[in-house]
Design a protein around this ligand. Structure first.
Ligand code: NAD
Length: 366
């Protein structure tokens, strides 16, 4: 059954990691290393069953291949899951044991933080392997990716405005921003600097108050964000918020935000297209985080990171071209861009990648 699945979705390798003494049960999935070593975060979650954990890691690792490919990175797709409760099951031994498994892959998989994991956990992983990004800045890590993600989202927004309205004057349009966390509040700041009218909502009242007092945003109720007369709906909180209940209510002509998995289903993506709303594919827009950590492999440089964020504009423009060329919805065009890039670049003979000292000579599959 597993090989059937691997055949269907094209995964290269699945590694089951077990260490009884450390209480470690983890799965590393390497989906595709055609473009480079597989990069993707480690998630810690109290999965109800091993099957649920396996499904999650297979789905997420494949998603990383597409995300990294569309982002234009020389990086493949992978992901890891640790089965356990982040609130009670964390220990030094667990993360070090996990780090040893990452090390055993010799650079085919490079890990990072994901849901349930923080920079302190990564410190333990880093004791056992250098194939880890998102470590503390003192070790050459890139720090909090959120400001980069917000800036990248702005680039994606500009490409989308241009596509929909024929100009990219951010301040000319109005925005409904849902979620004012790490990325959302930075995004609001960038919109405000460009003179935009902004509506905001969040379950956290303090964050709403801050957006109102510091950035002149107008607060609306949690559910009212879908009814606001704004040109752009910007989901920056949860996934699945574009669904059959919310879509008929949206007044926006553009959907562009940082949240992952914004479309509840592919059918909703088709419906968005039919209604003439331009959907900026989430994983292309919010690639700033992964772009930022990917630079750690070559030696992190903040300026290079900012420059790289601007490529998101071109990635989105390319997606819109493919959507028009092939007459397919934008969410499908993003996947097609990834597949085309993997195919074309995969045919080139690539030299071994330049690696930062801490990866020197050890990054393979590039
Ligand atoms: P965060 O946890 O800091 O912020 C999320 C915010 O959403 C919080 O303020 C929370 O109160 C709010 N929220 C939760 N449920 C809500 C609801 N029903 N209505 C309104 N607000 C609600 O997370 P973040 O790092 O800012 O990430 C935001 C989104 O962007 C997530 O989907 C994340 O996966 C995605 N993303 C983030 C990054 C990054 O660099 N941080 C990179 C790529 C993608």
């Amino acid at each position: 059954m597993i090989f059937e699945h691997l055949d269907k979705y094209g995964h290269e390798q699945i590694v089951f990691c077990h260490n009884k003494d450390a209480g470690l049960k983890a799965i590393i999935a390497i989906h595709n290393t055609v473009l480079g070593p597989a990069l993707g975060g480690t998630r810690m979650w109290p999965y109800k069953s091993e099957q649920e954990a396996l499904n999650d890691v297979l789905r997420l690792s494949r998603g990383m291949t597409y995300k990294n490919a569309v982002a234009g990175l020389n990086i493949g797709g992978g992901k890891a899951v640790i089965i356990g409760d982040p609130a009670s099951d964390k220990s030094e031994a667990l993360f070090r044991a996990f780090g040893q498994f990452v090390e055993s892959l010799g650079g085919r998989y490079i890990t990072a933080e994901d849901v349930g994991i923080d920079v302190n956990d990564m410190e333990f992983v880093y004791r056992e392997t250098e194939y880890v990004t998102g470590v503390h800045q003192v070790h050459g890590g890139s720090g909090d990716p959120s400001p980069f993600t917000a800036y990248g989202t702005l680039q994606g927004l500009m490409a989308s405005l241009n596509r929909k309205f024929g100009d990219e004057e951010v301040g000319k349009y109005s925005y409904a921003v849902q979620g004012l966390g790490h990325v959302g509040i930075e995004f609001v700041k960038l919109l405000k600097e460009r003179g935009a009218k902004i509506f905001v909502t969040d379950i956290n009242k303090e964050r709403v108050d801050r957006a109102v007092s510091e950035y002149g945003a107008e607060a609306v109720g949690l559910d009212d964000i879908y009814d606001v007369a704004a040109d752009v709906y910007s989901p920056c909180a949860l996934g699945g918020t574009v669904n059959e209940d919310t879509l008929p209510r949206l007044k926006a002509k553009v959907i562009c935000g940082a949240a992952n998995n914004q479309l509840a289903t592919n059918e909703i993506g088709d419906e968005v297209e039919k209604r003439g709303i331009l959907y900026a594919p989430d994983y292309a827009v919010n690639a700033g985080g992964v772009m930022n950590v990917s630079l750690e492999i070559d030696g992190y440089n903040r300026e290079r990171a900012m420059r790289m964020m601007r490529t998101i504009y071109h990635n989105l423009a390319r997606i819109y071209e493919i959507s028009e060329r092939d007459r397919i919805p934008t969410y499908k065009a993003a996947d097609r861009l990834a597949e085309e890039r993997i195919e074309i670049i995969g045919k080139l003979k690539l030299p071994l990648g330049r690696a930062a000292p801490r990866f020197q000579g050890r990054v393979r599959g590039h």
